[in-house]
Design a protein around this ligand. Sequence first.
Ligand code: GAP
Length: 514
Amino acid sequence: MAKQEDDFKRVISHAKEYGYVFQSSEIYDGLSAVYDYGQNGAELKKNIREYWWKAMVQLNDNIVGLDAAIFMHPLTWKASGHIDAFNDPLIDNKDSKKRYRADVLVEDYVAKIDAKIEKEVSKAEKRFGDTFNKETFLATNQRVVDYLQQGKTILSRLGKSLQKEDLADVKALIEELDIACPMSGSKNWTDVKQFNLMFGTKLGANAESAMDLFLRPETAQGIFVNFLNVQKSGRMKIPFGIAQTGKAFRNEIVARQFIFRMREFEQMEMQFFIQPGSQKEWYEVWKEKRMKWHLSLGLGQENYRFHDHEKLAHYADAAADIEFRFPFGFKELEGIHSRTDFDLSSHEKFSGKKLQYFDHEVNKNYVPYVLETSIGLDRMFLAVFSNSLVEEELENNTTRTVLKLPAVLAPIKAAILPLLKKDGLQEVAQSIVDELKYDFNVAYDEKDAVGRRYRRQDANGTPFCITVDHQTLEDQTVTIRHRDSMEQERVAISALNGIIHNAVDMKTWLKKME
Ligand code: GAP
């Protein structure tokens, strides 16, 4: 646990030191759970967004994009169910006065059981060596079987209580499990209450005529209310999808995991409109497609898993998360939801406008069903960033900090370094920058010894360092150093564009999804 906390602290401080993420309004001591992205963070975020957008919109001829407003008519949120049902169960500790999400307290308890299982597995792996079979071990080791059953029973009871809105039972569960306040150790809890997560605001100049609005808590509703506009203007035929990225806002009760859970964040969502009855099939298709997108980035298959929801949101008939191994354990990264016709039907009811589709194949009108994929851009950022930050032992008994970002996402693709600040090396280096900058985001760095510059670029996540030396003046070659292997090779200046292109080209990476 202490190691996890240390690793996570290292991620947060590295993000700040290298211009990736800053606390919002830091000079005023910050604003809780709100963050700003620095010079490198803005680039990484843009690249992740683009990687998602290309995979969704450019590679699927039946998916188109949208950019809907954050402000929406207030009835939108009545229709979507957010006014009545977008709540989290909160509980206060009477002694420490700290507030928690009741469900998260229970889930964290189960995460500790999971950690015990992982410990047993790694002990057994060491003991049995090559003959170790994890699946058999999980199914037969009595202690592990009991742990697994215990976790399952707890989550199942939590799911059922939340589904029935039986908040008294959620409190009873916390007490039965003897869960203490993580800050104070006290077990003196209040009752569990529901708390609506939407931020309210007002539209209009004077108080009497001002209209109460909400900052959107998900981007999805902008897609639903534009369903017919896009379908008609784009002559879209079912099945088809509408994708969009944009800010969403939630007044999270507990938001203390850096950019994992923020009050202002960005979503990348896609709603796929389908024939009623085909949702099971599409649910499986999109689970697989989205997992392939994640795996294409090479963060390691073992760091992902599916988690089926016990408690379904008010709009869903099936839902699964893609969970990622964050520094604090496996947690939700993306949701895949079978939303039925809940949203479109409800908007029909509240707006009085038909939101139907005439399907020539079956010769009838219907309200389409919807399959949704929804991922937080900031959460994806944290997944990529935390997974890439490595402390490496080198052969000469030193260590280096290296941010092994997938090259396709790296903010700066190459740094151009004149070996010395004389003899015309700077001018040559600058001319390389001036040529490469039309295709890639590159940096020029002449300060400090070249070894220190390499380390700086390693920590920054830059895949290539290109060094200009005296030989360059004679034969127009440079050394190119690869961030991950630290290998260096001598190449012609004219070959640089091709080498960088091969490593960072989105097409090459996206093709890994096939
Ligand atoms: N339209 C469906 C929807 O919004 P969700 O599971 O509430 O579903 C989808 O959110 C994704 O948005 C999550 O998987 C997560 O990646 C991201 N997300 C949700 N709340 C967040 C928060 N407070 N901070 C950062 N990301 C968040």
